[in-house]
Write a protein of this length. Structure first.
Length: 155
């Protein structure tokens, strides 16, 4: 019930975000009939999210290479203190008064630390994405580490 992920045998390299559109009680349908056939309708997002893509850890400015075929919406954790400007490609996000770390969840359009909403401490024109190809990552301020969960995806 509700949203989740679905994998298909003909696309073993990833998964889709989906929602069952004809929700039903699975136990009722299968009760006493272990080999019963039935149809499940999904509403899938168009992107195949690639499996086996490790997090990217940066302790100095560097570059990130998008392994997908379309832009990615990453989850970025910045560890550091004070005021920080994080630049990814052409987009700069300002982080005001960082105490220890902040997670910037681009797909959810949220920023938080230990369940506390810190979205208000961000400034900038847009939530950053990772375009296909190579993208520079740099920052100003006291940053000890940046961890990027890239969410590479394809159409």
């Amino acid at each position: 019930h509700g949203p989740g992920v679905v994998m298909f045998g003909n696309r073993p390299t990833g998964y889709y975000h989906a929602r069952v559109s004809n929700q039903f009680d699975f136990e009722t349908v299968m009760r006493g009939r272990p080999n019963r056939k039935f149809t499940v309708n999904f509403r899938c997002q168009p992107f195949l999210y690639l499996l086996n893509t490790p997090d990217i850890v940066l302790t100095a400015p560097g570059q990130v290479v998008n392994l997908g075929t379309v832009f990615s919406e990453p989850i970025i954790t910045v560890e550091g203190t004070g005021d920080i400007d994080l630049t990814i490609g052409e987009v700069t996000l300002g982080i005001a008064g960082l105490a220890s770390s902040i997670t910037i969840d681009v797909p959810q359009r949220l920023a938080y630390n230990e369940g506390i909403n810190l979205t208000g401490s961000l400034t900038g024109e847009d939530w950053t994405t990772l375009p296909v190809g190579t993208t520079s990552v740099s920052w100003t301020g006291s940053v000890s580490r940046i961890t990027i969960t890239p969410n590479w995806r394809a159409l």
